[in-house]
Design a protein around this ligand. Structure first.
Ligand code: PMV
Length: 352
């Protein structure tokens, strides 16, 4: 197909967020991770992006109009424009067009959930698909790998949102085909871990005081950096085995320790800071007590923020929901029931 400015193209992608079990914290070079990480792909927390190619009105290399929830969003437009400019080699033929992106999240803007993984995931899928279609290429497995690499350049954790159920990212000598460039799917999952739930308890919905980029940078001169990177690599390899063998106790132990270790890194960096809130600690204590009392396999993890992700198998959903309502409710503002998901989907495509 010759690339004419008359070409009509529009595509809509839904890309889920993900929650890391072993955390990526520290980066170098062009968005490369200092250690490998592994995550669970979510289902209900996602970003939807509609990308249209329009006739170009200016000589700019990148002509972008970006709308979030129906309104122009200058701040994100600037970030996405920079991302497109820096990575135009992935979709060079799109530079003949104006690009219009409309985006919205399934979760409220004030939920305190980092949306960069799902947003850069969806944007990357849409840009890459446009380029594939203009070149009459079909979307194959390689497409998702390429999208993972591209998404990584926007937000590291976005690289892991391209795959169903569990994904790992980062070179690890114990994991064949692992690479810093893109994430890969973790394939052998024991039935214990196939129907997993994540209830996100929103303890605080204010924007974070310290961004993830600043947090990553603080790992550069961190006194514990070398040990931490080594530990995370070992745990990533262990977690892959745990997911394969269905070892619930080991899963809980690594997942919770990872959450606390991530926050320990923040608390022990040169410019130390604290993102946990009193509600975060209250909930963690209550999860320990509940697990001790009931022996039910529910555990927590944290992102770079105060909100709790409660992880548990679907088989104990009723008991956990009851625990949330009776015991945890005073300590959070709102919640989102999420679960393991199938990765991104293309919702519509117009190409003529
Ligand atoms: O993708 P970034 O740069 O927003 O970093 C994400 C870091 C954590 O969410 C804290 C951990 C992770 O692996 O997702």
């Amino acid at each position: 197909m010759s690339v004419s400015t008359q070409t009509q193209f529009s595509t809509t992608w839904r890309c889920p967020s993900n929650i890391a079990l072993v955390k990526y914290w520290g980066k170098y070079g062009n968005q490369l991770p200092c250690n490998s990480s592994i995550s669970l792909t979510l289902s209900n927390s996602y970003t939807e992006v509609t990308l249209e190619l329009t006739q170009k009105a200016t000589q700019d290399t990148v002509e972008l109009a970006y709308f979030f929830e129906g309104k122009p969003n200058e701040k994100f437009e600037k970030r996405v424009k920079q991302f497109i400019e820096n990575n135009q080699n992935y979709f060079a033929d799109l530079m003949n067009y104006g690009i219009r992106i409309q985006s919205h999240n399934s979760f409220p803007h004030s939920a305190g959930i980092a949306s960069s993984a799902s947003a850069f995931g969806a944007i990357s899928l849409a840009l890459l698909e446009a380029s594939y279609r203009l070149n009459q290429q079909e979307l194959d497995a390689e497409f998702y790998e390429k999208a993972s690499e591209l998404a990584r350049l926007g937000s590291g954790s976005a690289s892991r949102s391209m795959f169903a159920s569990y994904a790992m990212w980062g070179e690890n000598e114990k994991v064949p085909h692992s690479t810093n460039q893109k994430a890969i799917q973790v394939n052998q999952i024991h039935p214990q871990f196939q129907s997993f739930c994540d209830t996100i308890l929103i303890v605080e919905d204010e924007p974070k005081k310290v961004s993830s980029s600043v947090g990553h940078a603080l790992m550069n001169n961190h006194p514990y950096a070398a040990n931490r990177f080594e530990q995370a690599n070992q745990r990533t390899a262990q977690m892959i085995e745990i997911l394969k063998q269905g070892e619930m106790d080991a899963f809980i132990q690594i997942t919770e320790s990872e959450a606390l270790t991530l926050h320990a890194m923040m608390m022990t960096s040169g410019d130390y800071y604290l993102l946990m809130k009193p509600g975060t600690i209250e909930i963690i204590e209550k999860v320990f007590e509940f697990r001790n009392a009931t022996n039910l396999p529910v555990c927590f993890t944290l992102d770079a923020g105060p909100n709790i992700h409660l992880l548990y198998p679907e088989s104990i959903e009723t008991e956990v929901h009851q625990f949330i309502q009776t015991t945890l409710k005073p300590h959070f503002k709102s919640l989102i029931h999420d679960k393991i998901g199938n990765g991104p989907v293309c919702l519509s495509l117009v190409c003529s």
